[in-house]
Design a protein around this ligand. Structure first.
Ligand code: GAL
Length: 437
């Protein structure tokens, strides 16, 4: 897992040193055309098909910014933007699986670092290692060891990370809070007190958009962490924390209670439609990953002006992390262009273009902090100092099969709020995954 050690500290000194070194290089004119480098790529042509689910506000802008960086370097390559809409890949993953089975991979595809990458694709023999891209670009010391670790298997690195997202954030409408005289809740007692007050005033306390069930699982992972703390939460994924124990029961009870405060049409909405309810002041809060920040900004809102943010109840000091990455499938039709794409994804320039719009922090250690807004700078600081724990809903904590089993349990639970049945199903899911006895 990612260590608490952070990388921004000391980077200023390193950057200064490299700038000084660069300034000392002789500047004699080259007698021959310069060899292609990361910044002067070889001429390339043809197509590049990139597969992702980034279609919502913030997501699409971030992806476009990466495409722009790519196209400036490779103007003759035609990008095919193969997106399948649906938050968290809820629709895209099945399409991708079908294509991969049929031997028709895109040139590169979005995949979460951790179990999703390694269990679903690498162990199945579907990917090429990308360690050579890290070596060719001297990236090995540009990424935190913890991030490289979750991209690695059997001595190779298997994808290029573009970001770090935080899952456990409570976003709130500042005006609605001020008008109702409430302050952001830090624990569940405060959350329910605030929610009661808002409900009495006719405001939906919490917006949820779980037309893809992952959004309910997403909320649940925050409730699990807020109920049991980071050590026990980590233990859920290693078999050390008992899924039949009192903490999971308490988390399920809290989740069931929260469902009494969400919008009635939650099952019909997507995550960004739920965020829009908050933006419009129709709901006061939503618990969502920081791609919601990208969404709020894409509709013209500003952090600390229209919307505020705090760790979800009970999770201050902990950071549920996930990382979006891109990989190189075996048999990619435009392999060279795929490698060029991955080189852009992993570059400082690419990451500093993408992340400020996406609502994520760069995976690299040498980002230009001044390009990031006040929320993202706070996320950088928290990532440096918090306990880092993996996301369930976004492929970091558990295998795809295990996540699917929990999503299935959540589908029933959201409908019937039967705590005992949900706990039994989740304990069974851990056994089926081979992690619990
Ligand atoms: C996550 C992904 C984010 C964002 C979100 C909503 O799984 O890591 O980048 O796209 O889904 O679609």
């Amino acid at each position: 897992m990612v260590s608490k050690r952070f990388w921004y500290v000391g980077m200023a000194a390193l950057i200064m040193a490299s700038l000084l070194l660069a300034a000392c290089q002789p500047t004699a004119a080259p007698t021959q055309p310069p060899a292609p480098t990361a910044t002067q790529p070889p001429a390339a042509a043809g197509k590049l098909e990139i597969f992702s689910w980034w279609t919502a506000g913030g997501e699409a802008e971030g992806l476009n910014a990466l495409y722009k960086v790519f196209s400036a370097k490779y103007p003759n390559v035609e990008i095919i933007n193969a997106t399948v809409a649906g938050g968290a890949g809820s629709a895209a993953k099945a399409v991708l699986a079908t294509r991969m089975q049929a031997g028709d991979p895109p040139d590169s595809f979005q995949v979460h670092a951790g179990h999703e990458l390694i269990d679903s694709w690498v162990k199945a023999g579907k990917m090429e290692p990308v360690t050579f891209i890290f070596k060719d670009n001297n990236w090995l010391d540009k990424y935190p060891k913890g991030v490289i670790d979750i991209l690695s298997y059997e001595g190779e690195i298997w994808s290029v990370p573009v970001n770090i997202h935080r899952s456990n954030v409570l976003w709130y409408n500042k005006k609605v809070f001020a008008d109702n005289g409430v302050t952001p809740p830090t624990n569940f007692d405060e959350f329910f007190a605030v929610a009661d007050k808002l409900k009495a005033a006719g405001v939906t306390p919490l917006a949820l958009g779980d037309n893809g069930i992952w959004a309910a699982t997403h909320l649940f992972e925050s409730v699990l962490l807020g109920t049991m703390g980071p050590d026990k939460y980590r233990g859920l994924w290693t078999g050390e924390t008992d899924w039949n124990g009192p903490e999971v029961k308490s988390a399920l009870e809290t989740f069931a209670k929260i469902m009494g405060y969400v919008n009635e049409d939650h099952a019909a909405l997507s995550w960004d439609q739920a965020a829009q309810l908050v933006a419009d002041g129709k709901a006061a809060m939503t618990i969502m990953g920081d791609w919601a920040e990208g969404y709020f900004k894409s509709i013209g809102q500003t952090p600390d002006v229209e919307f505020g943010y705090v760790p979800s109840p009970g999770t201050k000091g902990s950071f549920i992390m996930l990382s979006d990455s891109f990989g190189l499938p075996k048999g990619a039709k435009n392999r060279d262009n795929g490698i060029a794409w991955l080189t852009v994804c992993g570059s400082k320039e690419g990451q500093d273009a993408f992340n400020p719009l996406k609502g994520s922090i760069p995976a690299r250690t040498d980002a230009d902090r001044s390009l990031y807004d006040v929320y993202l700078q706070s996320a950088m600081d928290d990532f440096a100092s918090n306990q880092i724990v993996p996301s369930l809903a976004h492929g970091a904590a558990a295998s795809e099969g295990w996540v699917t089993a929990i999503n299935d349990a959540m589908t029933l639970f959201v409908a019937n709020l039967d705590v005992a049945a949900a706990q039994t199903a989740m304990a069974q899911a851990c056994k089926t995954a081979g992690v619990c006895k």
